[in-house]
Ligand binder design. Structure first.
Ligand code: SD4
Length: 300
């Protein structure tokens, strides 16, 4: 028997991980726990970067990306740029059982979801619409960059049977071009898990995270024998430097890493909050802040 554990990006994952911890405590599966935790974030209108309440693209439409990976079978399911789907993570989980057609985008994903009976919903909340109208004005009047305000929920779960799962869900970049897809539904970039080794998930500027396939790289280093601590921050530092050299600047990058025994670490080049829950230890929210070349983590 293993001790269960979960780690999730951003403090918005707290309530979901809290609920899902009870599932793992009672011997439930990592898959059920991760799906439950992410649905909780998707359903909450207060989070402006995931599910209902997520910020829209430049046409004012909410397009969502999500993925699910089963660390036992290595099955993946993902959807990208889907509209009007209440819980993209559940569609992604369903797709992870498919041998073919496991990653669907746009209308194809919406058609699959509707044939399978997944709940439909207009995902644009009145508050997100207000922010969209405000930002549209600011972009024209103040020449502001449209592409900020983005956070992905990424959660890794380990259950008592040693099974591991990772899931992600996001509305991507605020004011993105219609059809834009970030790292979150892309295997190896936004997420990866192999329960014989461990898992990882990223959040930040998808266009930059994808250039390093960072989640796969973290798991690959774990397979070589490095611990999450030896991997997470060095990987972000190394890759940020590489991007600075090659393209002048690195976007925001944060990664969560957990091994098959529930040992965890994070790496980041921006202020980053995250949530960890482990059997016998309970749940906590942490804040990582970047101070020059050093990253300090404290419980909040
Ligand atoms: C994306 N990586 O679509 C996502 C957004 C995100 O913190 O995670 N932001 O690029």
């Amino acid at each position: 028997m293993k001790k269960w554990a979960m780690i999730g990006t951003w403090k918005m994952s707290y309530d979901g991980i809290d609920k899902a911890s009870a599932v793992l405590e009672e011997g439930g599966s990592a898959g059920d726990a991760v799906e439950l935790a992410i649905r909780q974030v998707e359903d909450c209108p207060d989070f402006t970067s995931v599910g209902f309440g997520g910020l829209p693209n430049e046409l004012g439409e909410v397009e969502l990306d999500a993925a699910y990976m089963n660390g036992k079978t290595l099955g993946i399911g993902a959807v990208a740029a889907v509209k009007d789907c209440k819980n993209p993570i559940s569609i992604a989980r369903d797709l992870s059982n498919e041998k073919f057609n496991c990653f669907l985008v746009g209308e194809g994903a919406e058609r699959f979801a509707s044939l399978k009976g997944f709940e439909k919903k207009n995902m644009l909340s009145p508050e997100a619409n207000d922010q969209y109208e405000k930002r549209k004005k600011e972009i024209i009047e103040e020449n502001l960059s449209p592409y900020d305000g983005h956070d992905t929920v990424g959660i890794i779960g380990l259950d008592k049977n040693g099974h591991m799962v990772v899931g992600t869900s996001t509305s991507g970049l605020f004011m993105k071009k219609p059809g834009r897809v970030g790292d979150s539904p892309i295997i190896g970039s936004g997420f990866y898990v192999d329960e014989k080794i461990g898992g990882a998930s990223c959040t930040g500027l998808g266009e930059d995270i994808m250039k390093g396939c960072l989640s796969y790289e973290a798991v690959r280093r774990m397979e070589e024998g490095l611990s999450p601590k030896e991997i997470a921050q060095p990987l972000v530092d190394e890759f940020s430097k590489k991007l600075e050299k090659r393209q002048g600047k690195a976007g925001a990058i944060s990664i969560i890493v957990m091994d098959k025994n529930g040992n965890w670490a994070i790496g980041t080049n921006v202020e980053f909050s995250f949530v960890v829950a482990r059997e016998l230890e309970g749940i906590g929210t942490y804040l990582a802040s970047v101070d020059g070349n050093r990253v300090k983590i404290h419980k909040i």
